[in-house]
Write a protein that binds this ligand. Structure first.
Ligand SMILES: Cc1cc2nc3c(=O)[nH]c(=O)nc-3n(C[C@H](O)[C@H](O)[C@H](O)COP(=O)(O)O)c2cc1C
Length: 183
C-alpha cells in the first residue's frame, strides 16, 4: 500500500464497509471483523461499536489506537473467519495468512492485501452504547489490488459486494470536500 490523502479516508467507509480492525497490545497484535461502523464527518471521525467480550477491545481501549483495514470481496472468507475466532484461540495473522505492513502513526499493523487502511486514534468512548469514536491519522491505499469491490454485511450471515456505481459528483459539488475521490 502507499500513503493517501487523509481527507478522502472516509470514502472507503461511508457506504458501510465490513472492516478488519487491527490492534497492538505490548508485543501482541490482533485483528477482528467489524461491521457496526459509521462515518461521523470528513476529518475523518469514525465510530465503531464493540465491547469487552472481544480480546481486541482491551487493547484498543488501553493503547487508544487501532487500524481500520478495508478488505475487498475476495477476502470474504477471511473476514468471516477472523470474526468467528478469538485471539486467545489462535494467531489470526498466521492462521489466515495475513501479510502485515508497518504503520507510521500508530502501532496497529496494516493488512497489506486490503484495498485501504486507516490508522486511527481513539478520541472518545461512549461506554453505555459500546461506541468508540476514532480519528483517522493516516490513510493507506492499494492501487495495485485488482479486486476493487468493497464488502457489505446484511447482519444475517449474508453479504454483498459493491455493484453498479452512479456518478453524481457534479450535482453534489457544493457539498463535497475539494478534490475528494475514492480510488
Ligand atoms: C461479518 C462480521 C461482523 C462483525 N461485526 C462486529 C461488530 O461490529 N462489533 C463487534 O463487537 N463484533 C463484531 N463481530 C464479531 C467479532 O469480530 C468477533 O467476536 C471476533 O472473534 C473478535 O475477535 P477478538 O476476540 O480476537 O478481538 C463481527 C463478526 C463478523 C463475522
Amino acid at each position: 500500500m502507499r500513503k493517501g490523502k487523509l481527507e478522502k479516508a472516509f470514502t472507503y467507509l461511508e457506504s458501510g464497509a465490513v472492516l478488519l480492525v487491527t490492534s497492538h497490545d505490548r508485543k501482541k497484535e490482533n485483528v477482528m471483523t467489524i461491521s457496526w461502523q459509521m462515518v461521523l464527518d470528513f476529518t475523518p471521525r469514525i465510530a465503531i461499536c464493540t465491547g469487552p467480550w472481544n480480546d481486541s477491545f482491551d487493547a484498543i481501549i488501553r493503547t487508544k489506537e487501532c487500524t481500520l483495514c478495508i478488505p475487498a470481496a475476495d477476502m470474504l472468507d477471511k473476514a468471516v473467519g477472523i470474526g468467528t475466532v478469538h485471539a486467545s484461540e489462535c494467531d489470526k495473522f498466521k492462521f489466515f495468512h495475513l501479510k502485515k505492513q508497518k504503520p507510521t502513526r500508530v502501532k496497529a499493523p496494516l493488512i497489506a492485501d486490503c484495498l485501504a487502511a486507516i490508522e486511527c486514534r481513539v478520541v472518545d468512548y461512549v461506554k453505555k452504547h459500546g461506541i468508540l469514536v476514532l480519528e483517522g491519522v493516516q490513510l493507506w491505499e492499494n492501487p495495485r489490488k485488482k479486486e476493487r469491490r468493497v464488502l457489505h454485511a446484511n447482519g444475517d450471515g449474508t453479504f454483498f459486494a459493491d455493484g453498479q456505481f452512479f456518478n453524481r459528483r457534479q450535482e453534489m459539488k457544493s457539498r463535497l470536500p475539494e478534490g475528494v475521490k475514492r480510488l
